[in-house]
Every structure is written in structure tokens, then in C-alpha cells.
Design a protein around this ligand. Structure first.
Ligand code: UDP
Ligand code: MG
Length: 325
């Protein structure tokens, strides 16, 4: 087999502090693999600027001038991690045989990219990077992540534990992924659905090299909720079941109250009345909210808005020939 062209896609949002180090390390890794004849000399990294407010794009621009490995994509506005990643993957697959996605902050071990490529050459289409040691993450982040994976699995969503978006995908898996036209993007849930031969590589998760997490708790929760509601209707079914049970319960309660009335043993009953009003009201609101959530999702999907807008491209000369217009 001819040496495959690899592109490493890196979504970057306000990453000026880490970017020089990231570019340095990824260049070294590409260099090493080219010297070893594992990958083609046309391999590059694609830095996707997700509408950063700092000097991220200026840095990418400068690196592109000085370093032939560096190519760039500038999104016109902040599209979010998942959409920025998708923009990069779709760009890269136009001229790559395989694509590795990795965060800019160097929390994922860049050295295992080589192992990804070795697995790819053995015939795997998807190679998942799985975090073995998360001791660098806070206890809270670990616990919530674990709970999230459990919940997703119990809701029937196939998801890899301790795998974020650090993975290798072959061109044909990316071609298939392009057919998933959903606006509510949760790539981690989509990739296992593709079903191509896949394997896992284990690594230790590190601290962020510099800068702060671009995923505060609020965004993390929203992301988790999106992941669940984009992949499973179980929550809405749960509400239906709950509503049915409550209805059955209230019928029993009504019969009980009627009998009490007939026998003449009714107490004032104010407490139970007020409690049930509140309770049922609460459940109804919950149900409505959940249904609204799904309708909102449907609303977004039917509009079919583009997930990202590309403002500028800085590509390698070889890539420019067959890049999409
Ligand atoms: N990121 C992005 N757009 C955003 C938020 C984050 O492209 O709106 C990028 C960010 O630059 C990083 C990756 O997504 O490369 C993961 O973000 P971060 O490391 O802050 O998340 P954490 O590891 O803390 O979950
Ligand atoms: Mg990070």
C-alpha cells in the first residue's frame, strides 16, 4: 500500500497560549512518521479557528507561512467544538486517506497518533483513543463523565467509555459520516453507528498544557443533554409512562375519595388535595418541557441551517488542486 496521506484536524477556540506548542509537537510527530515511511510526505495538520477572539488566527496564518505542515481553516463565527471539528474533517477528507482529530490543548497524548496510524495500516477504519488514566481531571468531572456514559448506555446509545473526540477515521468512514445531516451534532454517538472495523488505543489523559477549559460546566451539561436527546427518545417515553402511572394512581385515589364520601368518613383533605395539585402540576410541566425540548430539536433540524461558515482557507498546494470550492 502507498503511504497514506494523514491530516490531523485540530479545532481551536481562543488557543493562542497553547498553539505554538501544539504546532511544534504535531510537526515533530508528522516528521517522524514521514521519516519512518508510515505516512505520505503530503500529510499535514489542519488548524480550525472556531471564531476565536484572540490571536489564534494570526498565529495560524504565521505558522502556515513558516511551516509546510500547517494548513488552516477560519470559521466566520464560533460554531462550537463539534461543528468546528466537522468543518475540519469534511475539508480534510477531500485530500486525505485518513484523518486524526485532536484537541488543541495537548490533553490527549500526541504520541499515540503513531499507534493510530499503525492500526489504520493494519486495516482498521476507526481507531478510538481511550483515556486510561483520568487522574488529571477533577473528581467532579470524572464522576459526571462516568454518570453520563452510564446513562447513555442505559438509554440504548452505543458510546465508548472514556473516549472523547481523539480518534482516527478513514476517508470512507468520513464519506459515510457526511450523510448524517443532523444539526444537533454529537459526533461521538454517530461514529460507532458507522459500523466499520474499529479498535481502541489506550492513553493517559494529561492536564491542559496552557489556557483554560473552553467547556465550563454550563456548556458541559448542555452538551450532555444534547447528546442524550439527539440519540434517544427514551426520556420522552419515560414521561409518558410516568403520566400513565399517575393517571392510574389518581383513578384509585378518586375511587377512594368517593367511597369515603359515601361512607361519610371524609376528613377535610386539604393537605392531600394541595399536594396532589402541586405534584401533578409539576409533572405536567416536566413533561411539557421535555416535549418542548424535542420539538425544539425538530425545529432546528427542519430548518437545515448550515452548521458552520468558512471564511478563509490556508491549504497546502497539493491539497488545493482537489479541494472543494
Ligand atoms: N473548542 C472549539 N470551539 C468551542 C469550544 C472549544 O473549537 O466553542 C475547542 C478547544 O479549542 C479545544 C477543544 O475544542 O481544542 C476542547 O475544548 P477544551 O479543551 O476547552 O474542553 P475540555 O477538554 O476542558 O473538555
Ligand atoms: Mg481540553
Amino acid at each position: 500500500m502507498a503511504n497514506p496521506i494523514l491530516t490531523i484536524v485540530v479545532p481551536c477556540y481562543n488557543e493562542e497560549e497553547v498553539l505554538p506548542e501544539t504546532v511544534f509537537r504535531l510537526s515533530a510527530i508528522l516528521d517522524g512518521m514521514i521519516a519512518e515511511a508510515l505516512i505520505s510526505a503530503d500529510s499535514t495538520m489542519l488548524l480550525v479557528d472556531d471564531g476565536s477572539k484572540d490571536a489564534t488566527w494570526q498565529l495560524i496564518d504565521r505558522f502556515h507561512e513558516a511551516n509546510t505542515f500547517v494548513t488552516g481553516l477560519k470559521l466566520a463565527r464560533n460554531a462550537g467544538h463539534q461543528s468546528a471539528l466537522l468543518a475540519g474533517l469534511m475539508q480534510a477528507k477531500a485530500y486525505s486517506d485518513c484523518v486524526v482529530s485532536i484537541d488543541a490543548d495537548l490533553q490527549d497524548d500526541t504520541d499515540v497518533i503513531r499507534e493510530f496510524v499503525v492500526k489504520y495500516r493494519e486495516g482498521y477504519d476507526i481507531v478510538y483513543g481511550v483515556r486510561q488514566d483520568r487522574s488529571s481531571d477533577t473528581l467532579f468531572k470524572r464522576a459526571t463523565a462516568q454518570g453520563f456514559y452510564k446513562l447513555m448506555t442505559s438509554l440504548g446509545v452505543k458510546i465508548h467509555y472514556n473516549h472523547a473526540d481523539f480518534r482516527l477515521m478513514s476517508k470512507r468512514t468520513l464519506d459515510e459520516m457526511e450523510r448524517f445531516q443532523e444539526v444537533n451534532l454529537f459526533l461521538r454517538g454517530i461514529v460507532p453507528l458507522l459500523g466499520f472495523p474499529s479498535t481502541q488505543v489506550y492513553y493517559d489523559r494529561k492536564e491542559r498544557f496552557a489556557g483554560e477549559s473552553k467547556y465550563p460546566l454550563r456548556k458541559m451539561l448542555a452538551f450532555a443533554f444534547d447528546g442524550i436527546t439527539s440519540f434517544s427518545v427514551t426520556p420522552i417515553r419515560f414521561v409518558t409512562v410516568l403520566g400513565f402511572l399517575l393517571f392510574a394512581l389518581s383513578v384509585v385515589a378518586a375511587i377512594y375519595a368517593l367511597i369515603g364520601k359515601i361512607v361519610g368518613a371524609n376528613v377535610t383533605g386539604w393537605t392531600s388535595l394541595i399536594l396532589s395539585v402541586w405534584f401533578i402540576g409539576g409533572v405536567q410541566l416536566l413533561a411539557l418541557g421535555l416535549i418542548g425540548e424535542y420539538i425544539g430539536k425538530i425545529y432546528k433540524e427542519v430548518k437545515h441551517r448550515p452548521k458552520f461558515v468558512i471564511e478563509k482557507r490556508l491549504l497546502a498546494p497539493a491539497a488545493l488542486e482537489d479541494a472543494p470550492a
